[in-house]
Design a protein. Structure first.
Length: 284
């Protein structure tokens, strides 16, 4: 039975659609056979999420699980509105143990000033609206074919977390975003990985997923690869790696960056999908 992935929130709306974009990411992942709906990330504000779910005719109360890829506001900021729309109906929210750890960034694109980019709500606030947190480090199997990755080891490549900071006793230190998780879908064609920002690094996300599923074939990657602001040698290395894995579907969006998206489109023309809100991929 198929698994259907629909992109609900992304930075761009490149397809003819009435769906609204915003900076951030969210996807609806449905295991049609199991009758399970997963909201993977929630975008920044909840406004496009609300609008787009309504336009697609998806009742928020019909969603069985929320999975948060990591703690950045552009993936967690829509959670409050989502919970409000459910009218207090409880929902399991699967995320990493570090979900409520403060998160900062100092980015050139933000004028070099320090920005608070963590989850903009307290745990108590979200629980009072119906969130039931399952905070993990280990993988979580949601259905026969869908697994939340758990913490992703950085064994195969670097983290993609340039400019990310966290507080430690000595002040602000570099943060490799160990809370960054992916959703692994086991399709008949191999692994389909859904990423949020991809801070764990695409090689780590894919190789860890293949190992977890006992697979050799990469079917595809949908989501952010966080190459905005990357050192100059990283985008070509990522392109080369993805070419070597011969995916059937590649929809790199959100924080991948438009320049890298263009290169991926040129180098993997058969796999590349014009990515943004409204993108729909169905796999068996
Ligand atoms: Fe992001
Ligand atoms: Fe992020």
């Amino acid at each position: 039975m198929p698994v259907r992935v629909r992109v609900l929130v992304d930075n761009s709306a490149p397809l003819p659609t009435r769906l609204l974009p915003e900076y951030g990411f969210s996807a609806l992942v449905e295991d049609v056979g199991a009758g399970v709906r997963i909201l993977f990330d929630t975008g920044s504000s909840g406004l496009p999420l609300e609008h787009n779910l309504k336009l697609l005719g998806v009742d928020t109360a019909s969603i069985d699980y929320v999975v948060l890829s990591h703690r950045h506001y552009d993936h967690t900021g829509g959670l409050r509105r989502f919970l409000e729309l459910r009218g207090g109906k409880p929902v399991t929210v699967i995320a990493h143990e570090d979900l409520f750890t403060p998160s900062y960034a100092r980015l050139k694109a933000l004028g070099g000033s320090l920005a608070d980019i963590g989850i903009p709500y307290t745990r108590a606030e979200l629980e009072s609206l119906g969130a039931r947190f399952l905070l993990v480090r280990k993988p979580v199997r949601v259905t026969d074919s869908i697994v939340v990755s758990g913490e992703i080891p950085r064994e195969w490549g670097p983290s993609h977390a340039w400019g990310m900071l966290r507080l430690s006793e000595g002040g602000l230190v570099e943060d490799n975003m160990r809370d960054d998780m992916a959703l692994y879908i086991h399709t008949s064609g191999g692994l389909l990985a859904i990423t949020g920002c991809g801070h764990a690094g695409v090689e780590n996300i894919v190789e860890n997923g293949l190992a977890q599923l006992g697979e050799e074939r990469l079917y595809g990657v949908i989501g952010g690869l966080h190459l905005l602001g990357a050192p100059a040698d990283r985008p070509p290395a990522v392109v080369k790696y993805l070419e070597s894995k011969k995916p059937k579907v590649l929809a790199a969006m959100h924080c991948t960056g438009p320049l890298v998206q263009g290169v991926l489109a040129e180098r993997l023309p058969n796999a590349y999908r014009l990515a943004g809100v409204g993108l729909e991929v169905e796999v068996e």
